[in-house]
Write a protein that binds this ligand. Structure first.
Ligand code: AMP
Length: 451
């Protein structure tokens, strides 16, 4: 299976104009939907929604999809990609059939909800189309009930779809339409194994129409397309925007005694909005937090020992930007749903590869970008090969640059065992208020590391 690059007739339609009715920044071609060989019902509904001209990604994708050829498309959120594959899916769908024909895989529940909403609007043209959203985090029992009558289109996240396949509540043997939406982000979040597993459970690439949309096309995305798609035609829309919602991952190889100095060096240098530091035990959480406070950082611990009321207050302070740093164990971090986490630091690498994915998924939520930094130390670096095999790619690793090693470490602040805060010294570096969005330790670091 090869890969073709096609820039079909949409290309000469440049320059694009800007459309204002739905999205202030949406570029438009001069091509009308009515020029496409779509059913009268679909065209009428597209017009009723208010879409007249196609966006560049729609003008490039739809002729290929309508010809029944696989598609590998580079496009970002906000380009109109959902309607591009949505109209393609609905054109190919036979709503009479009582089986699941189309699967749309999304990296997050938020995107799956958005996609379902757009598909439902477009599907008004085809009466009785059943569209079901299946994502983790929703009660699975209610999903079993909804699946008793097979939906025509399933939109969901890979983990939950897999669960339904394993339980036998969902069948994808007769699938003939597949969309991977935001494929790069799905791989960022470590879904590669689940996606490969799903590919093996669906009909051969020759027997289905597959569409892959991705903001970027790194090698691991094009490899996936080579392996599991049928000679996909490649299109790209350059929005000129910097790629959003990406997680930058970095591993630093450190000895055990270097961990605290590197952590403090990192926090001093990074532009942090909110940071979660993951550790493997409650004891280490207390130790790390003590050092952070002793060195002037405003941090608190979320571990299994923290009472519910205190936990809620820590989370509120974190959400509101009063507390920039949380030191957490995996179990305690489960309920954290905060969008603007700029950094996740694995002070300890997790022993379970899946936890790595859950941890880094805390950053770069809701379209933001984020950074995940892991310290591979003498105690936990053995987890690294397993993590890399689980996520399907090698992590960028190096020894920490010398400027990251904080030269001077103050002793830890003593914390009472019940997790409440002792009376604070008059510490100028604690707190985020009045310091803008960052933890703001750059000056201190400049002093320490002149030049
Ligand atoms: P998406 O990139 O799929 O998230 O779409 C971005 C926004 O563009 C959504 O609000 C869509 O409703 C809107 N949109 C998509 N296609 C068109 C179109 N051809 N004309 C006007 N608005 C559109």
């Amino acid at each position: 299976m090869g890969l073709n690059t096609v820039f079909p007739s949409a290309q000469p339609l440049l320059p694009y104009t800007t459309h204002s009715s739905n999205s202030p920044e949406l570029s438009m071609t001069q091509m009308n939907f009515s020029s496409l060989p779509l059913s009268a019902e679909l065209l009428e509904n597209i017009a009723a929604i208010g879409y007249e001209k196609m966006t560049p990604i729609q003008a490039q994708s739809l002729p290929i999809i309508l010809q029944g050829r696989d598609l590998l498309a580079q496009a970002q959120t906000g380009s109109g990609k959902t309607a591009a594959f949505g109209i393609g899916l609905l054109h190919k769908l036979i709503a009479r059939a009582n089986q699941t024909q189309a699967l749309v895989l999304c990296p997050t529940r938020e995107l799956a909800d958005q996609v379902s909403k757009e598909l439902r609007r477009l599907a008004r043209a085809i009466p009785n189309t059943r569209i079901l959203t299946l994502c983790g985090g929703s009660p699975i029992k209610a999903q079993y009930a909804s699946l008793e009558q097979p939906p025509h289109i399933v939109v969901g996240t890979p983990g939950r779809i897999l669960k339904h396949l394993e339980k036998g509540s969902l069948q994808i043997l007769n699938l003939n339409l597949l969309v991977l939406d935001e494929a790069d982000r799905m791989l960022d979040l470590g879904f590669i194994k689940d996606i490969r597993f799903l590919f093996r459970r669906m009909p051969h690439p020759d027997k289905r129409l597959s569409m892959l949309y991705s903001a970027t096309l790194p090698l691991r995305v094009t490899e996936l397309a080579y392996e599991h798609m049928n000679n996909p035609q490649q299109v790209a829309v350059d929005t000129g925007k910097v790629t959003a919602h990406r997680i930058t991952e970095q591993v630093y190889y450190v000895s055990n005694p270097e961990k605290i100095p590197v952590l403090i060096g990192l926090l001093s240098n990074l532009e942090i909005t909110r940071c979660i530091i993951f550790v493997n035990t409650k004891h280490v959480a207390e130790k790390v937090c003590g050092y952070l406070r002793g060195n002037g950082f405003n941090a608190d611990v979320l571990s299994g020992d923290v009472q519910q009321k205190k936990r809620q207050s820590i989370l509120n302070r974190f959400t509101q930007g009063e507390l920039p740093i949380i030191v957490a164990t995996d179990v305690a971090a489960r309920g954290i749903h905060v969008d603007e986490v700029s950094h996740v630091i694995n002070y300890d690498l997790p022993e379970d590869a899946e936890d790595y994915v859950h941890r880094i998924g805390r950053t770069a939520r809701a379209g933001a970008s984020g950074s995940a930094i892991s310290l591979a130390c003498e105690t936990y670096s053995f987890s690294l090969p397993e993590i890399e095999s689980y996520i399907g790619y090698k992590l960028n690793g190096s020894t920490p640059p010398p400027e990251l090693l904080a030269a001077e470490i103050k002793p830890p602040e003593k914390r009472p065992t019940d997790g409440t805060r002792p009376a604070r010294r008059n510490n100028p570096r604690s707190g985020n208020k009045g310091r803008g969005r960052h933890s703001g330790h750059g000056d201190r670091n400049k002093q320490r590391n002149p030049g």
